[in-house]
Design a binder for this molecule. Sequence first.
Ligand SMILES: Nc1ncnc2c1ncn2[C@@H]1O[C@H](COP(=O)(O)OP(=O)(O)O)[C@@H](O)[C@H]1O
Ligand SMILES: O=P(O)(O)O[C@H]1O[C@H](CO)[C@@H](O[C@H]2O[C@H](CO)[C@@H](O)[C@H](O)[C@H]2O)[C@H](O)[C@H]1O
Length: 496
Amino acid sequence: MSDVDPDLSGVEAGLASYVAARRWFRGKARSIAAATLRDAIPLPVDGRRAWIGLVDVAYADGATDPYTLPLMTVDAEQAAAIRRERPHLVVRERADGGAVVDAVGDARVLRALLALIGRDAVIEHGGSVLRFRRTARALEAVDAEPRPIDVEQSNTSVVYGQSYILKVIRKIDEGVSADLEMGEFLTHAGYAHAPAVAGAIDLAYGGAEPATLGILHGFVRNRGDAWAFFLGRLAQIAERPPAPGADPLGDDRARVRLLATRVAEMHVALASRSDLAAFAPEPITRGERERMVEAVRGSLRTAFAELTGRRGSALPADAASLVAVLAPRARDFEARLDRFITREVAAWKTRVHGDLHLGQVLVSDDDFVIIDFEGEPARPLSERKAKRSPLADVAGLLRSLHYATVAAARARGTPEARGALQAWHVESSRELQRAYFAGTRGQSFQTAPGDVQAMLDFYALEKCVYEVLYELNNRPDWVAIPLAGLAEWIERTDDP
Ligand SMILES: Nc1ncnc2c1ncn2[C@@H]1O[C@H](COP(=O)(O)OP(=O)(O)O)[C@@H](O)[C@H]1O
Ligand SMILES: O=P(O)(O)O[C@H]1O[C@H](CO)[C@@H](O[C@H]2O[C@H](CO)[C@@H](O)[C@H](O)[C@H]2O)[C@H](O)[C@H]1O
């Protein structure tokens, strides 16, 4: 702890177990050696002692990840209320009955953060420089009490009425966050179906490139995300399957079509600046395909090793029976991956969303808004900013439609329900592709028509394997869902 306020003394004891228990902590599969408070940058907040804390989490394997932890000291009365209502915010109990807490729960601190962005404030402390930046011309006044949102997420977001949402980025990566870079790009490109960026917070320390700690977006009025929306629809379909001969998608056909159109428009916008090196479309070379295949081969082997090793013995029964069928076919997966190298493929790469699934799409009035351009949280920032085929996003959405139908079938698995859900899956996947390719027809980044399926298959497998590892680390009860995806994939890509 370097030059940290005496009010925070003692906070490091217990910091490792505090961090390890948070949803936003990314190193759940690793063993923590120590967590230390590298710095605590004081924030000017009326009536509060608050800081932006920078926590270094050191792992047993020698690596270290820095995390953002806004901190605040509270007296015994405030601490009692927090213990009662939001115990997960209590970082450290103090002998006087007070506590050191995560400050994201405090309205005064949150208002101060918005005000600091609004006036482009700069706070220097020790070797750290915290820079607040407004990208909108002016921020609108917000009367409503700011509050953290109450959904599962990889960071912590705070809403300011119906005006703004501030994402406090937890795991700190050197450089501008992909979400901020993509959001500013799409805002300037005039793409209307992603939230506008209104401001940002970054941190520079020790000569390193500034890291994004926060992004302020315009708040999108919504009725939840497309994952919850389609799960609701699928529950209805499972309960009352469409009559024989009726469209298995019903009203969802138009919705899936609109969603695909918004994704196509996003890809057109992302490919619109061939003058900007970070965004200019480029062909995918054979060497790159070889690297892509090797990376997926490595993840596939890790996934099978985890599924059949120590973790395997703790798997839920539905997952264990899928592993029993899939593990003996590990070589078949790899053989199919090899075909992706041996054939010629004419495809382009551009900047893409990178982690597109139904949970990244908000349902607003009768339209869709795409959020969270951070890429897959488990990948390093450089990979998350790398150009990829836009078909990677399409494959992500196709995987998500499959996820939703498998999740719905787990909830209600009568033969009639399964049949209706299967038909919905097949038709929604077709409709999504039809509308997407209509929306990108004639664009220079389009993959040659004869190569589309090979590309989609590659990215579907890559995503499935990622999902298996993601679920093993975060929601082991869900691992059967991507395993069902692997089973579907190997069957669908079987030699004729
Ligand atoms: N611009 C926005 N307007 C309204 N709600 C939003 C907006 N952006 C995000 N959200 C809400 O915040 C949640 C988390 O946002 P997300 O960007 O996915 O965070 P994370 O990267 O931490 O997973 C979303 O699921 C959504 O409910
Ligand atoms: O936290 P993020 O939203 O950036 O994404 C991660 O978590 C997702 C789960 O919350 C995970 O998505 C997987 O589950 C979804 C349903 O909860 C499903 O719609 C997706 O298709 C499936 O991949 C995502 O992979 C992970 O990166």
